[in-house]
Design a protein around this ligand. Structure first.
Ligand code: SF4
Length: 215
């Protein structure tokens, strides 16, 4: 396993690679971020950003989405994978927000996760980006990069990855680190064909060294 000290060195290099790293979903209100994040499960941010302008123009807030016809919602998001389920979830989430929370997004993780379609990762993204609540959302990129850098066993759960990152990284950097790791995974340490030969953290990465047959 890579030590905490070595991991933080590698992370510092990764953060310098993408100083502009930030969430890439388009939204104007915390409610819209919630909806966009639910829609982004197993879909690309680019795909979600293509659909949400039309969705948010028709249903800009929880009250209007809660009253929307499910078929009409599906029509707006049909280009996004799993849109039948996601249409049901975002309508049900909007209904619960209106009925149980006065249309105001809860700011704590456990309560937010009571909304349909909202798991731990979605709650972390929304709370971090909308309200600055510290959290590390472990998506496929964060999970892959953490395992390649060998800070957790290869079979570790996403919760184990999250807990390890929270132990290693100072709390005030959790939200920004999550974005840096996503950029690094999305644009450099990609699932297929990671750019190991040009990787500034190769000397920290056993996976990359073995892949290239170096060290
Ligand atoms: Fe990813 Fe390769 Fe860099 Fe390791 S060396 S972090 S696998 S790109």
């Amino acid at each position: 396993m890579l030590s905490k000290k070595k991991y933080l060195e590698a992370l510092g290099i990764i953060m310098q690679m993408y100083p502009e790293a930030r969430g890439e979903l388009n939204w104007e209100t915390p409610f819209q971020l919630l909806i966009a994040t639910i829609l982004s499960a197993q879909a690309t941010d680019i795909g979600v950003n293509k659909a949400t302008p039309g969705l948010f123009a028709a249903y800009p807030d929880a009250e209007r989405l809660a009253l929307a016809d499910i078929g009409a919602i599906e029509e707006k998001i049909k280009t996004i994978g799993l849109y039948h389920t996601k249409a049901k979830n975002i309508k049900a989430a909007a209904q619960m927000l209106v009925s149980d929370f006065d249309s105001i997004l809860p700011r704590d993780k456990a309560t937010l996760q009571k909304l349909p379609g909202v798991g731990r990762k979605t709650a972390n993204v929304v709370l971090g980006d909308a309200f600055g609540v510290p959290g590390i959302a472990v998506d496929t990129h964060v999970d892959r990069v953490s395992k390649r850098l060998n800070i957790v066993p290869q079979k570790a759960s996403v919760l184990d990855v999250e807990k390890t990152l929270m132990r290693y990284i100072p709390e005030e950097k959790w939200v920004s680190t999550h974005h840096h790791l996503i950029f690094f995974g999305r644009y450099h340490c990609t699932a297929k064909n990671p750019k190991c030969e040009a990787c500034p953290v190769l000397s920290y990465c056993k996976f990359g060294q073995e892949r290239l047959g170096v060290y």
